[in-house]
Design a protein around this ligand. Structure first.
Ligand code: HEM
Length: 154
């Protein structure tokens, strides 16, 4: 996680006015109105990703998915959080640190069957329900990620 990044303010969730000025306009400039900030920024994204890998590491239902990953999940906890941050309109550190890497290239070495794609989607939806309860935008992100994951299964 970068040392500093804009922090969401109430201005992000307040209805937009046509005459934004003064403090509201400054806050709007400081904090982009993107899904990443609106759902709670790094603390929420990191909590979801940590729960995702905790579930993958402990639930027998996700054993096949777990077996595809390196024994140490530390790199993925950082990597997936960084990827999702940039993907959802937050800081793009992961993309800048990994020029040219994309969803296709990171998964090229793996054969992803439909069952394991379903495990990814289920673990992510469960992680969001556990780590960000009541966060509608996080739930919506879970539905989008589910579609992506299921689309990767062959
Ligand atoms: C469909 C089921 C999926 C499977 C089976 C899967 C599996 C994997 C595996 C095995 C790795 C490498 C792990 C390691 O080196 O220990 C990986 C890396 C990665 N996956 Fe997936 N993945 C899936 C879906 C997704 C989705 C939906 C996303 C994001 C929307 C995603 C984002 C990433 C990223 C960003 C990395 C690389 C992180 C880094 O190296 O910094 N994956 N995935």
């Amino acid at each position: 996680m970068p040392e500093s990044y804009p922090v969401a303010t109430t201005a992000d969730t307040a209805p937009q006015t046509t005459t934004a000025s003064g403090e509201a306009a400054q806050a709007e400039q400081a904090t982009p109105n993107t899904p990443f900030y609106r759902l709670g920024g790094y603390p929420v994204m990191q909590a979801i990703v940590d729960r995702f890998y905790d579930l993958m590491d402990s639930e027998p239902a996700f054993a096949e998915l777990r077996a595809m990953h390196a024994p140490d999940l530390g790199k993925m906890r950082e990597g997936l959080t960084g990827f999702l941050a940039g993907w959802a309109g937050g800081p793009r550190d992961w993309f800048e640190a990994n020029p040219g890497r994309c969803m296709m290239s990171v998964h090229k070495p793996f054969t992803i069957n439909k069952a394991v794609a379903g495990q990814w989607a289920d673990a992510m939806k469960q992680a969001i329900a556990d780590a960000a309860p009541g966060n509608d935008l996080a739930k919506t992100m879970g539905s989008v990620l589910e579609e992506m994951a299921l689309g990767m299964g062959r």
